[in-house]
Design a protein around this ligand. Sequence first.
Ligand code: GLN
Length: 446
Amino acid sequence: SVLERIEEVDDSVKAYVTLTKEKALQQADKVDKSLASGETLGPLAGIPMGFKDNICTKGIKTTCSSKILENFVPPYNATVVERLEEAGAICLGKLNMDEFAMGSSNENSAFFPTRNPWDLDRVPGGSSGGAVAAVAADEAIYTLGSDTGGSIRQPASFCGVVGLKPTYGLVSRFGLVAFASSLDQIGPITKDVTDCALVLQAIAGHDPYDSTSANLPVPDYRQALVPDIKGLRLGIPREYFGEGLDAEVKEAVNQAISKLEELGACCEEVSLPHTEYALPAYYLIAPAEASSNLARYDGVKYGYRTEEAKDTVSMYMKTRREGFGPEVKRRIMLGTYALSSGYYDAYYLKALKVRTLIKRDFDRAFEKYDALIAPTSPTVAFKIGEKANDPLAMYLSDICTIPVNMAGLPAISIPCGFSQGLPVGLQIIGKPFDEVTILRVAYTFE
Ligand code: GLN
């Protein structure tokens, strides 16, 4: 039925870059046979899902929605793919994204923009726009996306679904094509909080293939699925409710906060004073890391190589000029500039210090509060083309999500109402490795 649904709506939503129908049917057959022979099935057996196209799938194209990786077929699976296969998942295919996960609208895909299923003239958000639109349009039961500065949560809020960015180090990044390695994290995109807990359970946990993966026991996330938040202390960070926040979005978030209070949580305003510096610091750190990570695409090791070049150096240059889109080039230029000698201390090192201050703001708030409540994005989904030529306006749509990645914290976005007939997202931010508490708060809205 999900394949039929894809056939029906994907021509207009355009969530998938690659469909693996045959493989999906084979996997489904295998589950059927195991069931018939009385074998114990994995916890996600038979459930059709998809991966954002920056998660490596063995034998299946992984393009990062970039011309430079258009025909790249990985020889191995990402750890999350292995874990979901073990759990019995059925992979439907690969989902569209902003090129190399750089963007907030999916308009930076080298192939085509994905559309918001609620209003096809609007963006689904980004960069995991395809992965989120697929869940919202019933073209997958759940998907995995990646979040470097908001790329799971902001589109989840734009499309009215649940999106979780786990604590940095909880989910293995092995096989995730790197954008900004100190910020990237894979997470689930689901229709509800229960599914989110179940998918997280399947993908979380230590992986020796990722040196930043935390070696900690994984809690049972189902314990969070109880409708009880009595006595929880919730902080409402003042800085997330400032200028630029749409009045109706604010209203929807405030109503959600009132509901949490009615259910017995204690909500209080708190200040995270360095919030305003998160965005500028992010746009130094993320491009700096990206410029280094993207150096590997040189026409030799992976994917695209220019047709004609007279020598090696011009081959590198032409390949990169033709293979990367404008936003990726902008980030590489910003990043190499920030890292160049003479500017390193003034920009990159300064940004790292700011990052520490942002982390300390959160540490201080978490001495008093169990979780923080904020909007996910200052606005609802905007029109396709509305911000495409204004990078700064585009960057601002992640103002509420970026500080969380800078501090490595977990955060979930859940639907909390509507503005102009479009979904609004509520963001719940937790202490490091305390996904249980944010899932518990989120579950009260189920
Ligand atoms: N929109 C932000 C950016 O363009 C975040 C992207 C992401 O989380 N991958 O960098």
